[in-house]
Design a protein around this ligand. Structure first.
Ligand SMILES: Cc1cc2nc3c(=O)[nH]c(=O)nc-3n(C[C@H](O)[C@H](O)[C@H](O)COP(=O)(O)O)c2cc1C
Length: 198
């Protein structure tokens, strides 16, 4: 994408964003003031009913061992047969990348706005978060998997029965060059209605 070189241009920003692999990320990550700016930008998101149905949970380096212990405890409780299994991938997950923000979708359950719309708003906040990180010169990686589904972990971050972890957002500097990946063909994802079908 050689035509894009000015990250301060919004079109360039959108066209050049790429995820970095969390496990490859290195320092520096955003400092506290920059994290605040990134989260403020993420929260400027479409939100039907002005419900703010999301929470951003920063897990600093000083809390990564505690996160690792939480993952191990929750994994052991969910999979009792895992005794003796190598759980070091959980430690690796918890300790990777300079910064980590967990995005929790917290729908307001007595609101008129449908719950799924509130989850979608959290997804929009997630995208803003990643773009805001990119705009500040960092890479981000949106990861989910088992650790986003486990109810004990959701509860540990203040989530209730209707709440979901939208993702673990690792942020830092890329430790390896980011290569572009294949993107869908426009003709495969776009159609004009009414038409011949996909
Ligand atoms: C909801 C959601 C969950 C994801 N979870 C994972 C994950 O657990 N592991 C993973 O390797 N990629 C996951 N991804 C994909 C990466 O975040 C990333 O989008 C992908 O590597 C493509 O890179 P790009 O952002 O540069 O297009 C997830 C994406 C989304 C939208």
């Amino acid at each position: 994408m050689t035509q894009f070189n000015d990250i301060t241009s919004p079109l360039t920003l959108l066209a050049t964003r790429r995820s970095g692999k969390a496990r490859d990320m290195i320092a520096p990550g955003p400092d506290s003031a920059t994290i605040e700016k990134i989260v403020a930008l993420a929260a400027r998101t479409p939100d039907h009913g002005k419900l703010a149905p999301w929470r951003f949970i920063h897990v600093p380096q000083s809390a990564r061992d505690a996160l690792s212990a939480l993952l191990r405890r929750a994994y052991g409780a969910e999979f009792p047969r895992a005794v003796g299994q190598d759980l070091s991938p959980l430690d690796q997950f918890a300790r990777q990348a300079p910064e980590l923000i967990i995005l929790l979708s917290k729908p307001v359950t007595d609101a008129k706005i449908a719950r799924h719309e509130q989850y979608l708003s959290a997804g929009a906040a997630a995208m803003n978060l990643i773009h805001a990180a990119h705009a500040h010169g960092f890479v981000a990686n949106w990861l989910t998997g088992w650790a986003a589904e486990n109810r004990e972990i959701v509860a540990a971050f203040g989530g209730g029965a209707d709440d979901k972890i939208i993702g673990y957002f690792f942020i830092g500097s890329p430790g390896k060059a980011l290569e572009e990946r294949p993107r869908p063909q426009f003709s495969d994802i776009f159609q004009t209605w009414p038409g011949e079908g996909l």
